[in-house]
Design a protein around this ligand. Sequence first.
Ligand code: GDP
Ligand code: MG
Length: 314
Amino acid sequence: MSSFRSGIAAIIGRPNAGKSTLLNRLLGEKLAIVSPKPQTTRNRILGAVSRPGAQLLLLDTPGIHQAKGELNRFMVDVALGAIDEADLVLYVAEAAIDARGNVEPGETAEQIAKRLRAAGKPVILALNKCDRLARPVLLPIIDTWRKLYPFTQIVPISALKNEGLDLLEQELTRLLPEGEPLLPADQLTDAPESFFVGELIREQVLRSCREEIPYSAAVVIDHFDESEREPLEERPGKALSGLVRIAATLFVERDSQKAIVIGKRGAMLKSIGEKSRHEIERLLGAHVYLSLLVKVEPRWSERVDGLGRMGYRR
Ligand code: GDP
Ligand code: MG
């Protein structure tokens, strides 16, 4: 009789490597928000892949970088902390090489390698974005990575194009310890719905605004009223039923930023609100009434208590 395997894999890597895209692909659901901007992911996000013989709990994490500022330090701590929580590590890096033959900016790669050595857990390297690469370039990239760290396995993938992901999942599952499932098979994550609602709003802010706004933006859910919600089993197909009333505050750090996210005659805020409402309705399967306010909380990203107010707690 074959025995069940279950365990936790921490997805780590530099900002923008494609960690969140990969999490969503392996889950087959959009759980983590994705954007072309660095530092999109701020928390550890758990996604459970439940298969007949195994349960793989993936932890998506913020990008590891040379952190300046309290929010960045918090994010790097979250990422490195996930390594300690995990049975194995999935290191995601862009399959790229620069003119000098370097595959990653040195300092961060060193920092990560040191931490991985100390943890002593199996590490799979997923070389992502292979869709951008000509095949012959891949071999020297793999060789260079091999010299940097004794990876258990190196798997070239494209998270965006869904290439190499079956093999990657097989390799991850093979390394899981034997054990009972850690979560019920129908449970996708451990965070409450309201967390993902806040993330969907922040995603629209990231998509709509440029420059310093994404880093300074945080969303707090003030009110999540489900009293008019209907049980999901009763909705035919993907139709929305029932109503959820949500009140949220979008925090920025300066008056000038507040003016930008509100926009001319409120046009920007209206568009952010409408787009996020559609996404939230899809997530909840219910109609959503969303009231969205903008407030200034000066320098919240520079202070531990400011971070705590936005829900970023160690
Ligand atoms: P994270 O910061 O590591 O979580 O990266 P994201 O998942 O947010 O992705 C960063 C950017 O890279 C987004 O614009 C993605 O669409 C893009 N991306 C992710 N995976 C791939 C891939 O396999 N190929 C290409 N070309 N782009 C990708
Ligand atoms: Mg991410």
